[in-house]
Each structure stands twice: as structure tokens, then as C-alpha cells.
Write a protein that binds this ligand. Structure first.
Ligand SMILES: NC(=O)c1ccc[n+]([C@@H]2O[C@H](COP(=O)([O-])OP(=O)(O)OC[C@H]3O[C@@H](n4cnc5c(N)ncnc54)[C@H](OP(=O)(O)O)[C@@H]3O)[C@@H](O)[C@H]2O)c1
Length: 258
């Protein structure tokens, strides 16, 4: 066995990480964990600049080199503009965490329209595709890259009434599995993190009975913490995970096993 190196604790020093939708929630926590591991971090948001600036201040207060990059990650033009700005400011992107999401209302199928289905597919299938197309030439040239797709336990569980979101997360999972095979020869890994329900800012006003009912199904009998998603991302982004691709890490206290 090789001697432990200074890199033995999943250091991301010298890497640049983009986390889409990292002004709040799981993305913000993931950005912080990647930064704590030494990466330079690109915080992305589309709509609320004050929240993104607050996230940036928080990271900088911890000594993390970071910047805020506004872009709608379902738009190819905006992704191009964002990547150019990140490259100018932080350097080439080594790690892409596909995380951004719009609101996700649960509804019986008769109440969804196709526009909402399309929006889910735009976030969870089109956006990973566009991000990969933009990031890949540089990653292939450097023979290194990390894609970490934030999926969800709902695909495994078939949660209802949630058909549009579950279908799109299924699409994201299938895309990740295919990309893992396509990109493995280039030293580029594609993995997934599938959180259970981890309450974030947007869940503050959700009904208490819904929260109680979910918690009763979690074998560990506690809520997950956003940073528990972030630390899994640090591992998958690290050099030590170079031989791990096409895998899903469920962060849900044992609610799914596969
Ligand atoms: N939290 C959970 O319980 C849970 C469970 C399973 C899976 N997940 C998955 O984890 C990911 C994060 O979820 P979350 O709960 O942390 O969400 P969240 O707190 O609502 O954060 C969503 C983020 O996406 C950004 N965003 C929205 N539209 C965007 C766009 N067009 N382009 C770029 N950024 C955009 C938001 O910023 P602006 O509003 O400023 O644009 C915000 O930063 C999602 O993929 C979700 O499906 C979450």
C-alpha cells in the first residue's frame, strides 16, 4: 500500500468546483463543503442575487476562494457566459455539481400540465447535458473531471403524486449511467447523490404532519443535514474516488438500500 500522502483527506486544493443553484439549500451546503476541502467555488443562482451574495460572504468568511455567477442553467447561452466568467475569475472547471431546481409541487397527474413536465426535464436532463457539453472539452484535454448529479431517493421509491419530478430524476439517473461509461476512458467520473427529504429554507412552512410522517419512515429516526450531502460530494470529487463512477450514494438514513 502506498504511503499516505498530504492528499489523503480528500483535499480538493487546486480544483475549481461549480455548484449549480448554490445560493440556498443543499447546493449552498455543498459549495461550503467543497470549499472547506480546498476547492475554489463558483456559486450559481438564477433569480435572487441577495441570497447568492449572502452565500458568498459566508464562504469568504471561512477563507474559501469563491465567486457568484448568475445564469439560468437551462440555457446554453447563459451557461456559456457563466463558464467564461468562471474561467476568467477562478480557472477551468474541474468539478460540476448539478443541483439547481425550481419549486417542485406534488400534484395528481391530471393537475400537471406538460409545461411543468418540460421544466422538470429542462432542469434534470437538459441542464446536465448542456453543462457537460460546455465542460467536457477542457476536462478531456486535462484527463480529469467530476460530474456529481444530485438526484433523489424518489426515483428509487416511486413517490406519488410526484410523477413529473420522479420521471425527470429517472432521466437524470439514466443519463448519468450512460455518461459514466462514455467518459470513463477520459478519467472523468459521473456519479449521483440521492438525498432523502432534507429540510432546507424552502421547507420551513411545510405542514408539520408531512414532516412527522416522513421522519417516521427514516430508519435513523432523524433528519439529514445539508452538509451530509456536501461531504459525499467532497468524496466523489476527490482524487481518492477516481475509480468510482456510475454510482449513487443515498443520503437518507437507511431509507433505501441497493
Ligand atoms: N432538499 C431536499 O429534501 C431534496 C431531496 C432530494 C433531492 N433534492 C435535490 O437537491 C437539489 C437541491 O434542492 P434544494 O432543496 O436544496 O433546493 P433549493 O433550496 O430550492 O435551491 C434551489 C437553488 O436553485 C437555484 N435556481 C433555481 N432556478 C435556477 C436556474 N434556472 N438556474 C440556476 N439556478 C437556479 C436557486 O436560486 P435562485 O432562486 O436565486 O435562482 C437555488 O439556489 C435539487 O436537485 C433537488 O431535486 C433535494
Amino acid at each position: 500500500m502506498a504511503d499516505p500522502s498530504p492528499n489523503a483527506c480528500f483535499s480538493l486544493a487546486g480544483r475549481v468546483a461549480l455548484v449549480t443553484g448554490s445560493s440556498t439549500g443543499l447546493g449552498r451546503a455543498t459549495a461550503r463543503c467543497l470549499g472547506m476541502a480546498g476547492a475554489k467555488v463558483a456559486i450559481n443562482y438564477a433569480n435572487s442575487q441577495p441570497r447568492a451574495e449572502e452565500a458568498l460572504s459566508d464562504l469568504r468568511a471561512s477563507g474559501i476562494r469563491a465567486g457568484v455567477f448568475q445564469a439560468d442553467v437551462t440555457s446554453a447561452d447563459e451557461i456559456e457566459r457563466m463558464f467564461s466568467a468562471i474561467e476568467d475569475s477562478l480557472g477551468p472547471v474541474d468539478i460540476v455539481v448539478v443541483n439547481a431546481t425550481p419549486p417542485q409541487p406534488l400534484k395528481p397527474i391530471e393537475e400537471y400540465d406538460w409545461a411543468f413536465y418540460q421544466q422538470m426535464l429542462d432542469f434534470f436532463v437538459k441542464s446536465p447535458y448542456l453543462l457537460a457539453r460546455r465542460a467536457l472539452p477542457g476536462m478531456k484535454a486535462r484527463k480529469h473531471g467530476r460530474f456529481i448529479n444530485i438526484t433523489s431517493e424518489v426515483f428509487h421509491l416511486g413517490v406519488a403524486p410526484f410523477s413529473a419530478y420522479v420521471a425527470a430524476k429517472g432521466g437524470q439517473t439514466g443519463w448519468s449511467r450512460s455518461m459514466c461509461h462514455e467518459l470513463a476512458p477520459f478519467g472523468i467520473t459521473v456519479n449521483m447523490i440521492a438525498p432523502g427529504w432534507i429540510p432546507v429554507e424552502r421547507h420551513e412552512n411545510d405542514p408539520q404532519e408531512d414532516k412527522d410522517a416522513y421522519l417516521a419512515t427514516v430508519p435513523m429516526q432523524r433528519w439529514g443535514k445539508p452538509e451530509e450531502v456536501g461531504w459525499a460530494a467532497v468524496y466523489l470529487a476527490s482524487d481518492q474516488a477516481a475509480f468510482v463512477t456510475g454510482q449513487t450514494i443515498a443520503i437518507n438514513g437507511g431509507k433505501t438500500c441497493w
